[in-house]
Design a protein around this ligand. Structure first.
Ligand code: ADP
Length: 233
């Protein structure tokens, strides 16, 4: 579904991505892990078309994403820190996004998270007044709103309370079971345990490995995924 083909990205002298290739398919939930500065966010931003590789390219359903901007409609992105117009209310923001959806011809909306996070009770609240956790709930709701085929979630539970984290986790599992592709970065390894099918490990801009969790368990001798991941970091 999304394929990175020999992607290299440099910022000045620093090589943020060094000839990275990866194939990410339907129904997979891929944990993108590695130390800070290893290139995870840069890879994700290349997939979103927000960063343009110096070499190599990314395809989505066999089309180069830089030649086909409509592909973005199929990707839901939850940034680590969502930034929104400060004076807009949650209701205005959601309505604006729905308008964009309908104007582009898309009809189906997924408001499961909007309801589960009880955002309808907070529609009059302005974005600048929200706590970090509520802002994260808005970000998560927006990522799923257009019913995307691919979900890219950057540290999705950072700042969420345990109940909201569990709601989000269940939603991710449900979407994965529907055949969606989920890419997730997280520092909280234990939360990946019931979620992940594959692991991509990055270090210094290099993709060191891309394995199924069964293979990772076998190679490390650790049954628990979080322990298997910890043992290679
Ligand atoms: P990670 O997400 O794994 O923490 P990043 O992809 O954010 O890593 O960063 C990889 C490297 O690229 C880091 O050294 C970071 O400082 C650098 N980098 C990322 N974005 C930029 C940018 N816009 N300009 C300059 N350097 C950047």
């Amino acid at each position: 579904m999304i394929i990175a083909n020999n992607v290299t990205k440099k910022f000045g002298k620093l090589t943020a991505l060094n000839n990275v290739s990866a194939t990410c398919g339907k129904g997979q939930c891929i944990a993108l892990i590695g130390p800070n500065g290893s290139g995870k966010t840069t890879l994700v931003k290349c997939m979103l078309g927000m960063v343009i590789p110096d070499n190599g390219f990314i395809t989505f359903n066999e089309k180069n994403i830089l030649h086909d901007w409509l592909y973005r409609e199929h990707i839901g992105y939850m940034p680590q820190i969502g930034r929104y117009p400060e004076n807009m209310t949650i209701g205005q923001l959601l309505n604006m996004m729905k308008d964009i959806r309908f104007k582009s011809g898309g009809q189906s909306l997924d408001e499961d998270l909007v309801k589960a996070f009880k955002l309808p009770d907070l529609m009059q609240k302005r974005m600048r007044t929200l706590s970090g956790g509520t802002t994260q709930k808005v970000s998560a709701s927006l990522a799923f709103l257009f019913n995307p085929d691919v979900l890219i979630l950057d540290e999705p539970t950072a700042g969420l309370d345990p109940v909201a984290s569990e709601i989000l986790k269940e939603k991710i599992i449900a979407e994965k079971q529907k055949g969606k592709l989920v890419l997730i970065t997280s520092h909280i390894l234990s939360e990946l345990d019931d979620l992940v099918t594959h692991v991509i490990y990055m270090q210094d801009g290099n993709l060191l490995f891309h394995k199924s969790i069964d293979r990772l368990r076998e190679d490390t001798g650790e049954q628990k995924l979080s322990k298997a991941i910890a043992s290679v970091m």
